[in-house]
Design a protein around this ligand. Structure first.
Ligand code: PLP
Length: 389
């Protein structure tokens, strides 16, 4: 990696956390299969158990009320839980309604394209132009559905922190949903750790899914916490690993890196980073004023994300210009960087004319004032070039 480059694409994936780097440098590679009965296998199992204990403690939960399983990341988690609910409904001879919003991550919206069976239907949750959930409308729709079909099971997806805009939809907003029977909330918690002040407080919801590479672990590992009362049918069957929740040889290195990265995250001062974000947001707004572009900022947002657009430049062209200037940012959804498709976020915002122009800057959990000024200097030079062009 060229150290002179400015990596500002943390929402797509974050660099390895300091403790993960130290561990890898130490060469203490834990290779044995944790299902094996020999000493090395037992050592792997012990390290996985330590990681599990730490995660449960971190989120204030215990095995008495919570299930935990590791997977390859949140995409797998959303498909696993949807499959699980589809099975629960099918076996009980009931219908399942899967709810999501159009501006959710494709890991969730893609569920609609999958055929689970005739018993599974979908409902699009309404959001306003400010991208906020229209909770009253959604609640009324769900009440109606439930009245017409009392046996209906509902799987409701809630996006805690939006991957493009960083907009925060607090978990407390979910409280009125408790009034709807047979409704389970699956929280997309992928972008929350280290970016919202209360990221460890799973105050509402029933299932919460995380991708560990978003906060400094190795790629291809994540975990899901779920209330024990939520029924579960695994998507991946095989050797019964992880109490049959997700079969397949466990990803020991990934799990250890998750433990270390999550430990590093404990000292992050979200409030402090939030102050730097405010300063950076003001900088972007001032630079883009006068026709060059604008920022999209709708209320509480993650401490590390700013979404903006350039009026006359599509995101694929802009990305290339920024990249040539050594600035690594992204367009569109976090994992589809570099594409200039119309952004569902900008369309929802009523900004069809610039729907291909959205750009996202996302930085580390601990941005300092000095680092912010460096970012501003680099962007100022590129904005000047765009203005002249
Ligand atoms: C909000 C959100 N949900 C889900 C996902 C999917 O996570 P993964 O690609 O790790 O499976 C992402 C990835 O960017 C995301 O940002």
């Amino acid at each position: 990696m060229n150290l002179d480059r400015l990596y500002l694409d943390y929402n797509a994936t974050s660099p390895l956390s300091p403790s993960v780097i130290d561990w890898l440098k130490s060469g203490d590679f834990v290779f044995a299969n944790p299902s094996s009965q020999h000493t090395d296998g037992k050592s792997s199992r012990r390290q996985i158990n330590e990681a599990r204990d730490f995660i449960l403690r971190c989120f204030g939960r215990s095995l008495s009320d919570t299930r935990l399983f590791f997977h390859s990341g949140a995409t797998e988690a959303f498909h696993t839980i949807a499959h699980s609910f589809s099975e629960t409904a099918r076996l009980a001879g009931k219908e399942l309604l899967i709810c999501f919003s159009r501006i959710d991550h494709p890991a969730v919206t893609s569920l609609e394209g999958k055929y689970f069976g005739p018993h599974v239907k979908f409902l699009e949750l309404v959001r306003g132009r400010d991208l906020r959930y229209a909770h009253e409308t959604n609640l009324a729709n769900l009440r109606d559905r439930k009245e017409n079909s009392p046996e209906l099971l509902i799987l409701y997806h809630h996006l805690w922190v939006h991957n493009e805009t960083g907009q925060v939809s607090a978990l407390e907003e979910l409280r009125p949903l408790r009034a709807i029977p047979d409704l389970t909330v699956h929280v997309d918690a992928v972008q929350a750790p280290g970016k919202v002040a209360d990221w460890r407080n799973l105050s509402e919801g029933d299932v919460w899914s995380f991708s560990a590479h978003k906060f400094g672990a190795l790629k291809g590992v994540g975990f899901t916490l779920s209330r024990s009362s939520v029924p579960f049918h695994p998507l991946i069957l095989g050797g019964s690993q992880q109490s049959n929740q997700r079969s397949g040889t466990e990803n020991v290195m990934g799990v250890i890196s998750t433990h270390l990265a999550l430990r590093d995250l404990q000292v992050v001062n979200v409030q402090k980073t939030q102050e730097e974000r405010t300063a950076l947001l003001n900088f972007f707004a001032a630079e883009l004023a006068g026709g060059l572009g604008g920022v999209i900022d709708d209320g509480p947002a993650a401490s590390n994300t700013i979404y903006f657009y350039l009026s006359g430049v599509t995101s694929d062209v802009a990305l290339a210009v920024f990249d040539l200037a050594g600035i690594e940012i992204s367009a569109g959804s976090a994992c589809a960087s570099g594409t200039a498709r119309p952004s569902p976020v900008l369309l929802q915002r009523g900004l069809g004319a610039i729907s291909r122009n959205g750009l996202r800057v996302s930085w580390s959990f601990t941005l300092t004032g000095e680092e912010r000024v460096r970012i501003e200097d680099r962007f100022r030079a590129v904005f000047l070039r765009f203005r002249r062009a």
